[in-house]
Design a protein around this ligand. Structure first.
Ligand code: CO
Length: 134
Protein backbone atom coordinates (compact mmCIF):
# COMPACT_ATOMS: atom_id res chain seq x y z
CA UNK A 1 0.00 0.00 0.00
CA UNK A 2 2.71 2.55 0.90
CA UNK A 3 5.05 3.80 -1.79
CA UNK A 4 8.08 6.06 -1.68
CA UNK A 5 9.48 7.72 1.42
CA UNK A 6 8.35 11.33 0.93
CA UNK A 7 10.20 12.93 3.84
CA UNK A 8 11.57 12.59 7.35
CA UNK A 9 10.55 15.41 9.70
CA UNK A 10 12.71 16.90 12.45
CA UNK A 11 11.21 19.20 15.08
CA UNK A 12 13.38 22.22 15.88
CA UNK A 13 12.96 25.17 18.23
CA UNK A 14 14.66 27.67 15.88
CA UNK A 15 13.94 27.21 12.18
CA UNK A 16 16.35 29.95 11.10
CA UNK A 17 19.35 28.38 12.79
CA UNK A 18 18.31 24.85 11.77
CA UNK A 19 18.01 25.99 8.13
CA UNK A 20 21.42 27.66 8.32
CA UNK A 21 22.93 24.47 9.77
CA UNK A 22 21.66 22.37 6.85
CA UNK A 23 22.59 25.06 4.32
CA UNK A 24 26.06 25.85 5.64
CA UNK A 25 27.37 22.84 7.58
CA UNK A 26 25.77 20.20 5.33
CA UNK A 27 25.71 22.16 2.06
CA UNK A 28 22.05 21.39 1.37
CA UNK A 29 19.39 23.29 -0.54
CA UNK A 30 16.73 24.56 1.87
CA UNK A 31 13.39 26.09 0.82
CA UNK A 32 11.95 29.32 2.23
CA UNK A 33 9.88 29.02 5.44
CA UNK A 34 6.18 28.34 4.96
CA UNK A 35 3.64 28.90 7.77
CA UNK A 36 0.95 26.21 8.08
CA UNK A 37 -1.45 27.57 10.72
CA UNK A 38 -3.85 24.64 10.30
CA UNK A 39 -1.03 22.30 11.36
CA UNK A 40 0.47 24.62 14.00
CA UNK A 41 3.93 24.61 12.40
CA UNK A 42 6.23 26.57 10.14
CA UNK A 43 8.19 24.31 7.77
CA UNK A 44 11.13 24.35 5.41
CA UNK A 45 12.21 21.46 3.23
CA UNK A 46 15.79 20.31 2.81
CA UNK A 47 15.91 19.03 -0.76
CA UNK A 48 17.96 15.87 -1.17
CA UNK A 49 18.51 13.99 -4.44
CA UNK A 50 16.34 11.07 -3.32
CA UNK A 51 14.03 12.54 -0.66
CA UNK A 52 13.37 15.53 1.59
CA UNK A 53 13.91 16.46 5.21
CA UNK A 54 11.14 18.60 6.72
CA UNK A 55 12.24 20.94 9.51
CA UNK A 56 9.32 21.90 11.76
CA UNK A 57 9.11 24.87 14.13
CA UNK A 58 6.10 25.41 16.43
CA UNK A 59 3.57 28.02 15.26
CA UNK A 60 1.01 29.33 17.75
CA UNK A 61 0.25 28.39 21.33
CA UNK A 62 -1.47 25.09 20.52
CA UNK A 63 1.26 23.71 18.26
CA UNK A 64 1.20 19.89 18.18
CA UNK A 65 5.01 19.81 18.35
CA UNK A 66 5.31 22.01 21.47
CA UNK A 67 5.11 19.06 23.88
CA UNK A 68 7.63 17.11 21.78
CA UNK A 69 10.11 19.99 21.95
CA UNK A 70 9.53 20.39 25.70
CA UNK A 71 10.66 16.76 26.05
CA UNK A 72 13.40 17.10 23.41
CA UNK A 73 14.72 20.66 23.79
CA UNK A 74 17.52 20.24 21.26
CA UNK A 75 15.04 18.93 18.67
CA UNK A 76 14.59 15.43 17.31
CA UNK A 77 13.08 13.18 14.68
CA UNK A 78 9.33 13.75 14.75
CA UNK A 79 7.72 11.69 11.97
CA UNK A 80 8.27 9.94 8.67
CA UNK A 81 6.03 10.37 5.65
CA UNK A 82 5.14 7.64 3.18
CA UNK A 83 3.34 8.20 -0.10
CA UNK A 84 0.05 6.48 -0.89
CA UNK A 85 -2.06 6.52 -4.07
CA UNK A 86 -5.44 6.81 -2.34
CA UNK A 87 -5.51 8.27 1.15
CA UNK A 88 -9.19 7.49 1.83
CA UNK A 89 -8.67 3.86 0.87
CA UNK A 90 -5.50 3.72 3.01
CA UNK A 91 -7.34 5.27 5.96
CA UNK A 92 -10.25 2.82 5.67
CA UNK A 93 -7.90 -0.19 5.46
CA UNK A 94 -5.87 0.96 8.45
CA UNK A 95 -8.93 1.67 10.58
CA UNK A 96 -10.40 -1.73 9.67
CA UNK A 97 -7.14 -3.25 10.93
CA UNK A 98 -7.43 -1.42 14.24
CA UNK A 99 -4.90 1.37 13.66
CA UNK A 100 -5.71 4.80 15.08
CA UNK A 101 -5.82 7.73 12.68
CA UNK A 102 -5.10 10.97 14.58
CA UNK A 103 -7.51 13.90 14.81
CA UNK A 104 -10.98 13.38 13.42
CA UNK A 105 -9.63 10.91 10.87
CA UNK A 106 -10.26 13.20 7.92
CA UNK A 107 -7.25 14.01 5.73
CA UNK A 108 -5.99 17.61 5.91
CA UNK A 109 -4.09 19.48 3.24
CA UNK A 110 -0.37 19.23 4.03
CA UNK A 111 2.73 21.25 3.22
CA UNK A 112 2.73 20.15 -0.44
CA UNK A 113 -0.92 21.05 -1.03
CA UNK A 114 -1.86 17.36 -0.94
CA UNK A 115 -4.04 15.42 1.53
CA UNK A 116 -2.24 13.97 4.56
CA UNK A 117 -3.12 12.12 7.73
CA UNK A 118 -1.21 10.84 10.72
CA UNK A 119 -1.20 7.42 12.41
CA UNK A 120 -0.77 6.89 16.14
CA UNK A 121 2.88 6.13 17.03
CA UNK A 122 1.85 3.46 19.55
CA UNK A 123 0.40 1.43 16.66
CA UNK A 124 3.60 1.72 14.57
CA UNK A 125 6.65 0.86 16.66
CA UNK A 126 6.82 4.20 18.41
CA UNK A 127 7.03 6.17 15.16
CA UNK A 128 4.55 8.85 14.14
CA UNK A 129 3.65 8.09 10.52
CA UNK A 130 2.29 10.60 8.02
CA UNK A 131 0.63 9.37 4.86
CA UNK A 132 0.49 11.72 1.87
CA UNK A 133 -1.56 11.12 -1.24
CA UNK A 134 0.55 11.83 -4.32
CO1 CO B 1 5.50 15.84 7.32
Amino acid sequence: MIGRLNHVAIAVSDLTSASALYRNALGARVTAPMALPEHGVTVVFVELPNSKIELLEPLGAASPIAAFLAKNPSGGMHHICYEVDDILDASARLKAGGARVLGDGTPKIGAHGKPVLFLHPKDFNGTLIELEQV
